[in-house]
Design a protein around this ligand. Structure first.
Ligand code: NAD
Length: 490
């Protein structure tokens, strides 16, 4: 899909100072400090956001706590909550074009994808809005003369920690579910891409008439605002989406206070390519699944486990694809867009170097691009062995590791030989083979002859170190509700 070049002098959205949204008000941080945000395609600053410190987190949690205690959401008729959520969805859709531009600048991804994040967030509000009046308890037969029933209740203040790769989709995903179930929230947006959330997203909530304090949006650094928020005494539930090391830290913090946590973490997802696979389909899929958004996707197709008989043909096609991608900023119609930061670029470079040192061979790409911004070549590694770092660790860049196998059991073993278990794919024309393989894969979602087949309605989450809860779909409701049992002796 083509995109028009944006106007870097767009005064309406760029070089602005965005604030926190707390208790229905726009606020600077108490210290007046801000976080500067760069365009990864040029490495130039494009705006700033209020930098929340501990004292700002306190103000936001207090607002959320007060709103929860007031029961404004809990006592709202479920159908009214649904109407409010549909209004939020409508406001998010209205701004998706302009807001997508800002997201495209700060996050680097292709413009259509950035615009779609706002539509995606809107879809979550519609979907969970439709479930507000279906959160039903049960009646349970017990002793004669006793009426026993269950009630589903929110936890209270729900803290959401959001990653930079899909900052608006991820925000919509957890927030809509927490709101539908009556929790008040404090969201900490990612310091590398907070602007679209602090501006358009918060404004959409405000315009829709969200009750004061029920949703609060702040940005701050993970090691200060993030740590303090997740350990706050008035936070009753935590949703974290991000890397495994941070997720583990949050799990420790939550364990100290015995607070429930949703953890959605990284992946090293493998596509198994059987000899009968449509190789052109594999290549078309790889375009979005590993080179899209420069591979900075939790469920990226970062490994291809390919049968010996078709490996060379597939490698040739993949190399051709990687060389054909138009390099450029998301707002210039780039297909291979930048990674988020210099630090991330260096990380990808180091992984690529380690691959070569360990004996892998780059049939395409392998190094950073000699241009401004944080671009890395679309890279395909052949001769990857299971014990190499590039076969095991999440690179979070446009790097595909191809591993050869000889029989199906070996392919499944390789795919499962990972600490991660987020997603996997199977490419074959044989539906029996696809089903048997899917059953044996140790992952939260399997894609057959495709990738990203899910929608807002399909549960999403990991096995193993990729996490253990579920977001999206009706499964996610459980993470935001606790069950109360009431027994009445007649
Ligand atoms: P990250 O773990 O570095 O940061 C995620 C968020 O955590 C940021 O907002 C950060 O400020 C905050 N944070 C950092 N340290 C913290 C701490 N000690 N306490 C509280 N908060 C803290 O991850 P990232 O680099 O922003 O995102 C990329 C990672 O996210 C990848 O591993 C990717 O696979 C994963 N991810 C997973 C999913 C999913 O649904 N499974 C979706 C998107 C991204």
């Amino acid at each position: 899909m083509g995109c028009k070049k944006l106007d870097i002098n767009d005064e309406k959205i760029l070089m602005k100072k965005y604030q926190s949204y707390i208790d229905g008000k726009w606020m600077d941080s108490l210290s007046k400090e801000t976080i500067k945000v760069d365009d990864p395609a040029t490495a130039k600053t494009i705006g700033e956001v209020a930098c929340a410190k501990k004292e700002d987190v306190d103000v936001a949690v207090e607002a959320a706590h007060k709103a929860f205690k007031s029961r404004v959401l809990v006592d709202m008729h479920p159908m009214d909550r649904a109407k409010l959520m549909r209004k939020i969805a409508e406001e998010l859709r209205k701004v998706s074009k302009e807001a997508g531009k800002l997201l495209c600048y700060e996050n680097g991804k292709p413009l259509p994808g950035a615009e779609y994040e706002f539509v995606d967030a809107a879809n979550y509000f519609d979907y969970y809005g439709g479930l507000t009046d279906k959160l039903e308890g049960r009646t349970i037969p017990v002793n004669k003369g006793v009426i026993d029933y269950t009630v589903l209740e929110p936890y209270g203040v729900s803290a959401h920690i959001i990653p930079w790769n899909y900052p608006i989709s991820m925000l919509g995903r957890s927030l809509a579910c927490a709101f539908a179930t009556g929790n008040s929230t404090v969201v900490k947006t990612p310091e590398l891409a907070p602007l679209a959330a602090a501006s358009f997203f918060a404004q959409a909530l405000d315009k829709a008439g969200v009750p004061k304090g029920t949703i609060n949006i702040i940005c701050g650094y993970g090691d200060e605002a993030g740590t303090y928020l997740t350990s706050h005494k008035d936070v009753a539930q935590i949703t974290f989406t991000g890397s495994v090391p941070t997720g583990k830290k949050i799990l420790h913090v939550a364990a100290d206070r015995a607070v429930p946590v949703v953890v959605e973490m990284g992946g090293k997802s493998a596509a198994i390519v059987y000899p009968d696979a449509d190789l052109d389909k594999v290549v078309e899929t790889a375009k979005g699944a590993i080179f899209g958004h420069a591979g900075q996707i939790c469920s990226a197709m970062s490994r291809a486990v390919v049968h010996k008989s078709v490996k060379n043909e597939l490698l040739e096609k993949l190399a051709k694809l990687s060389k054909s991608l138009k390099v450029g900023a998301g707002y210039e119609g780039g297909e291979l867009t930048p990674v988020i930061s210099e630090k991330q670029l260096q990380k990808v470079e180091n992984y690529a170097r380690s691959g070569v040192q360990a004996g892998a061979e780059a049939v395409a790409g392998g190094k950073r691009l000699d241009r401004q911004g944080y671009f890395f070549e679309a890279t395909v590694f052949d001769k990857v062995k299971q014990d190499m770092t590039i076969a095991n660790e999440e690179i979070f860049g446009p790097v595909l590791s191809v591993i050869e196998y000889q029989d199906p059991e070996e392919a499944i073993k390789i795919a499962n030989d990972s600490n991660y278990g987020l997603a996997a794919g199977v490419f074959t024309k044989d539906l029996d083979q696809a089903t048997v393989t899917s059953n044996k894969l140790e992952v939260g979602q399997v894609y057959v002859n495709s990738w990203f087949t899910g929608s807002i309605a399909t549960p999403f989450g990991g096995y193993k170190q990729s996490g253990f809860s579920r977001e999206k779909g009706q499964e996610a409701l459980k993470s935001y509700l606790q069950v109360k049992n009431v027994g009445i002796q007649l």
